[in-house]
Design a protein around this ligand. Structure first.
Ligand code: ATP
Ligand code: LTN
Length: 329
């Protein structure tokens, strides 16, 4: 019998989750959970690599959990847990800091460069070390596949390198994982600047449609989204990045093919197109939020606790092997 593959992924509770997180990551997870062993984490120790307000963070951890559930992650099929509830993640990250990771690896990470900007000397060491914690998350559970958006591919590549180096030194302890990125929608761009990723920690929330946005203001954001020169509605990311992005959002949230949309809008202008897209967004968010509002904070707490119980043994088993292999046991 072929063994069922393991999927691991996570989102940081660091801001208001948006349709980029949904399209690039969560919607893929929902499709995968019927075919694989799935583990989805609320990666709170990743969130604290940048300053968080503690009350806000506590609230966001439950919010992200409820978003997973509302999006269709089924706790009967998938394990949902909070990263900080399993101390093995940070312990393994420390060990990987010492074995398997080189300074030169982390110096190459584009997310660190983007997020630290001009303040490279004053940002937290945690932000720099962030990909090592991510490698620990993934490798702890013998993960085969990591479904993520485009921006995370480099981090999964590093997890592969760390696993290989560790295995070379200590024997066959970690499985080599693989990133899986959606063909369409792996990088949803900002509504006002289609050269930048839509990002939940963006200071200007007019760039993003949050999953919990008030639907009327979400519609307005679509109507105000920038467009490209010309008037044709065609998918051409190089020359028409704004329209390509809006077409992708339309296709993903409205369950249509981009080719079909191009035909449907062949004789229409940007105004009609954006008005229809605003309706698609309204329908999607209304439906999503009605599911979200039925889930209580207590439901979320219970699900995280169930997840912790289910996963603890696996993490501890792997850590025992790791501790023995490096000689601390
Ligand atoms: P932050 O701005 O706080 O770094 P983020 O919006 O980039 O947050 P993450 O928590 O880093 O979100 O990402 C969660 C998941 O969502 C990852 O798999 C990431 O690749 C995916 N993702 C994030 N933004 C987008 C986007 N604009 N398009 C597609 N996928 C995305
Ligand atoms: N770095 C990821 C979040 C994350 C993750 C993971 C994703 C932390 N650990 C393990 C997949 C697997 C991000 O999206 N910013």
């Amino acid at each position: 019998m072929p063994t069922i593959k393991t999927i691991f992924s996570g989102i940081q509770p660091s801001g208001r989750l948006n349709i980029g997180n949904y399209i690039g990551a969560i919607s893929q997870w929902v499709e995968m959970q019927s075919h694989y062993n799935c583990i989805f984490s609320v990666v709170d120790y990743h969130a604290i690599t940048v300053k968080q307000d503690s009350e806000e963070l506590r609230k966001r951890i439950l919010e992200v959990t409820k978003i997973y559930l509302a999006a269709g992650i089924d706790p009967e099929k998938s394990i949902i847990f909070q990263q900080s509830a399993i101390p093995a993640h940070t312990e393994l990250a420390w060990i990987f800091n010492c074995y398997g990771t080189h300074m030169s690896d982390l110096n190459k990470m584009t997310q660190f460069k983007d997020k630290s900007g001009k303040n490279q000397e004053s940002v937290s060491v945690g932000l720099y070390d962030y990909p090592v914690l991510m490698a620990a998350d993934i490798l702890l559970y013998d993960t085969d596949i990591v479904p993520v958006g485009e921006d995370q591919k480099q981090h999964v590549e590093l997890a592969r390198d760390i696993a290989r180096r560790f295995n070379n030194e200590f024997g066959d302890i970690f499985k080599i994982p693989q990133a899986v990125v959606r063909q369409e929608g792996a990088k949803i761009m900002s509504l006002l600047d289609p050269t930048r990723k839509m990002s939940k920690s963006d200071d200007n929330q007019n760039n993003c449609i949050a999953l919990l946005d008030d639907v009327a203001s979400a519609q307005k954001k679509i109507i105000r989204a920038v467009t490209d020169s010309g008037s044709e509605i065609v998918y051409d990311p190089l020359h028409k990045p704004a329209i390509a992005n809006l077409l992708t959002i339309y296709a993903q949230l409205g369950n249509r093919q981009i080719k079909r949309l191009e035909k449907d809008y062949a004789d229409k202008g940007y105004g009609d197109f954006k008005k229809d897209l605003a309706d698609i967004v309204l329908k999607f968010l209304t439906d999503f939020q009605s599911k979200y509002n039925k889930i209580s904070d207590n439901d979320a707490r219970e699900i995280l606790e169930d997840g912790r119980k289910k996963i603890e043994k696996i993490a501890n088993g792997k850590m025992e092997r790791v501790r023995k292999s490096i000689g601390v046991r």
